[in-house]
Design a protein around this ligand. Structure first.
Ligand SMILES: Cc1cc2nc3c(=O)[nH]c(=O)nc-3n(C[C@H](O)[C@H](O)[C@H](O)COP(=O)(O)OP(=O)(O)OC[C@H]3O[C@@H](n4cnc5c(N)ncnc54)[C@H](O)[C@@H]3O)c2cc1C
Length: 395
């Protein structure tokens, strides 16, 4: 068995393969030099300096696998059942797991060589940014999605001057406009300058960044810019494989790559059909999805055809910004409207996202126990009226 991608999904798959009793060889190929580590702290505690490397590392010393770290897979030949590694070595497989995740979308302009531009996807990225933050720079964050917002919160926690930029009219727009407006207020109240509804046209500076030029003709002075423009799945090595890339690897509900008998996918790279999207493939970049899919794909790698397990959990994520823990269940971006159904002190709230009379998402701010209650309700019925009745009955 060969697993390509030595991070969360690949590691969970390898652990599962062993716990299922598979005795044969398992090879884990990863292009990073580091053993598998946890990414969420990279924009939070590690960036803030509150966590060291050891707190990000996953436990994997005792895992009985052959590690091929610092080695990228460069091509897949499905018919010959081989992958090619950087350097030209060919590695045969009987079953393959693709868990190559995603990378930060790079700034497309020519200034990407300018000192002071950072992204935040890998441990090395986060350590480099942490080093830059130590000089108390003025920070511009380009992209107000969840990584951009978390980075803004961390930078403010360090006392840095922060401008958060987005072409959208609010940060965290995937949560819907009502909750996005609350996120905007949260950042403003912590001293972040929000520049919304404007695009970045240019990064200016000789060798070192000095300012970020915006589409409205103004500019923001900055020594450091964090490019937080989302992520792109790592599928270039699969281009000649014949697998369907859209842009993640298209899979069925059992995470088996479409048209390939013995190839499975898991994590940020996988696009699989979900009932919340009407069966259309969706690629979700959440920690718990990568972890759960790693487990399911690991099991399916060592099972026979009739025993394959489907993956159909509701996607869940969390994001920590200042003293607010944002958690979501489902796909908030699918909602046609968002109803705030509970509110309390300390930013506490619960909102329900609805589409065609069905609940497609629940988002909670500082209300983890309530989210668990909604999860139980949704296992009984996803009809909005049924969920609202249950809320009313609870009082
Ligand atoms: C800064 C940050 C903060 C986050 N915070 C949260 C959070 O608070 N909550 C949440 O739910 N989610 C969060 N996430 C998302 C979560 O970490 C990801 O969903 C998860 O890491 C996905 O795991 P994965 O194994 O699918 O992919 P990845 O973690 O991307 O790992 C893929 C691995 O494959 C390697 N690889 C790529 N191409 C090749 C190749 N050709 N050959 C060999 N190896 C290759 C990559 O270098 C990488 O090591 C965060 C992500 C980041 C970057």
């Amino acid at each position: 068995l060969v697993i390509v991608g030595a991070s969360l999904a690949g590691l969970r798959a390898a652990e599962t393969i062993r716990s299922e009793g598979w005795q044969g060889s398992v090879i884990l190929v990863g292009d990073e030099e580091h053993p598998p580590y946890n990414r969420p702290p990279l924009s939070k505690d590690l960036l803030a300096g509150a966590h060291g490397l050891e707190q990000c590392a996953f436990e994997c010393d005792l895992l009985d696998v052959e590690w091929r770290l610092g080695t990228a897979a460069t091509a897949l030949d499905v018919e010959r059942r081989e992958i090619t590694l950087a350097g030209g070595e060919r590695l045969p497989w009987s079953r393959l797991l693709i868990a190559t995740g995603a990378r930060a979308r790079a700034w497309p302009g020519p200034e990407h060589e300018l000192a002071g531009l950072f992204s935040i996807r890998t441990l090395d990225d986060a350590l480099a940014l942490r080093g830059a933050f130590a000089d108390s720079p003025r920070v511009a964050i380009v992209g107000a999605g969840f990584i951009g917002c978390e980075t803004a919160a961390t930078a403010r926690g360090l006392g840095l001057e922060v401008t958060l930029l987005d072409i959208a009219s609010q940060p965290m727009m995937a949560l819907g406009p009502e909750l996005a407006a609350r996120c905007a207020e949260l950042h403003r109240s912590h001293g972040v300058e929000l520049r919304l509804g404007v695009g970045v046209t240019k990064f200016e500076g000789a060798e070192q960044l000095g300012a970020v030029r915006l589409s409205d003709g103004t500019s923001v002075e900055a020594d450091v810019a964090v490019i937080a423009l989302g992520a792109v799945p790592n599928t270039e090595w699969l281009r000649s494989s014949g697998l369907q890339l859209q842009p993640g690897v298209a899979c069925d509900t059992t995470l088996r790559a479409l048209g390939a008998q013995d190839i499975f996918c898991a994590g940020d790279v996988a696009a699989w059909p979900h009932r919340l999207t009407g069966g259309d493939p969706i690629r979700i970049e959440h920690w718990s999805v990568a972890a759960q899919q790693g487990v399911v794909a690991g099991r399916n790698l060592v099972r026979e055809d009739g025993e394959l397990q489907a993956y159909d959990d509701w996607p869940a994520f969390w994001s920590d910004q200042y003293d607010v823990k944002i958690q979501s269940l489902g796909v908030p971006a699918r909602a046609q409207r968002t109803l705030i159904v509970e509110q309390g002190d300390d930013h506490k709230l619960v909102a329900v996202g609805e589409r065609d009379g069905e609940v497609v998402a629940v988002v909670a701010f500082n209300a983890p126990a309530r989210l668990a209650w909604y999860r139980r309700q949704l296992s009984k019925s996803t009809r909005l009226d049924a969920v609202l009745d249950a809320i009313a009955a609870r009082g």
